[in-house]
Design a protein around this ligand. Structure first.
Ligand code: COA
Length: 257
């Protein structure tokens, strides 16, 4: 680790993102570690502003605002209040979802929050999806509309869209076998019970094994901003490559290389 890297500014982050290929009008789902940059002037808000600068007013910045735990299931259904349930995905997501203008999906374990003109469409109906990351989820919809996944100082183990690939390939280990009646409280304070299949936490993954292939195939670009290693991934290209790989070998994402 190089301790001589100077403090990182909003402008430096925005230009670093543009150099990597993020541009005006893009949609991006961001997994992040604020501390990975070294010191950021302005903290999480500066990172969020830099992301919004990079995609411009026509673009969309989304973050995972996950709330699920390994204890969730039919015997302990999660209760999710979109207005107040904290996420465990870090300072940048929790800061973004609290901003005026941000909207958060109503999924009880895998919600996504975002700012931008298409966010409402991307998050709509997540709570009615039978599974957390499938075709009715923002993760898939973002891919479908040509969006990016951005890993800011974190590795593939944080890449939730890999669960989308697992769902599309129908791997046998990803979902709990029995559905759960989860409780969702919406922005108006109304309570809904939603029956759905939740994530199964039982199987360790080896997600970092895809890094080399993504680079080689031109699906991912890697750069550095401050001290952070930053990965920009074309989401649909990732799924187009990975789903057939998983269909051939269901355990591909569970095996260390
Ligand atoms: C868990 C995780 C969030 C921890 O990362 P982190 O950098 O330690 O924590 P955050 O991003 O929440 O940032 C807060 C930390 O940044 C640091 N920090 C505070 N102000 C800062 C600033 N101005 N500049 C830089 N770092 C700062 C502090 O260490 C702070 O931790 P503290 O509040 O305990 O003191 C990260 O490793 C991770 O996994 N992120 C991805 C999550 C995800 O998307 N998961 C999906 C799973 S499928």
């Amino acid at each position: 680790m190089n301790d001589n890297v100077p403090a990182v500014s909003r402008g430096r982050i925005a230009s670093g993102l543009r150099e990597l290929g993020l541009g005006s009008g893009d949609s991006v789902l961001v997994h992040s570690s604020l501390s990975s940059f070294g010191y950021v002037e302005g903290g999480a808000d500066a990172v969020i502003d830099a992301l919004l600068d990079a995609v411009g007013p026509g673009g969309n910045v989304l973050v995972p605002t996950l709330t699920g735990t390994r204890h969730d299931g039919p015997d302990r259904p999660p209760v999710f209040d979109v207005r107040s349930t904290p996420c465990w995905t870090g300072r940048i997501p929790s800061t973004l979802m609290a901003r005026p203008g941000a909207r958060r999906s109503l999924h009880p374990t895998h919600s996504v929050a975002g700012i931008g003109p298409d966010v409402e469409n991307l998050i709509a109906g997540h709570e009615d999806a039978p599974t957390p990351c499938g075709r009715q989820s923002p993760y898939y919809k973002l891919a479908e509309q040509g969006g990016y996944i951005l890993l800011l100082g974190v590795g593939q183990e944080s890449n939730t869209t890999l669960h989308t690939a697992e769902e599309l390939a129908e791997v046998p280990y990803h979902l709990q076998p029995e559905p759960t009646d989860a409780v969702v409280i919406d922005y108006a304070g109304r309570r809904h019970v939603k029956r759905m299949y939740l994530h199964d936490w039982g199987t360790p993954r080896a997600f970092s094994r895809i890094d080399a292939s993504l680079l080689e195939l031109g699906i991912m670009r890697v750069g550095t901003i401050g001290k952070a290693t930053v990965r920009l991934i074309r989401s649909l290209a990732l799924l187009d490559w990975l789903v057939p790989v998983l269909q051939q070998d269901n355990r591909f994402l569970c095996k260390k290389v």
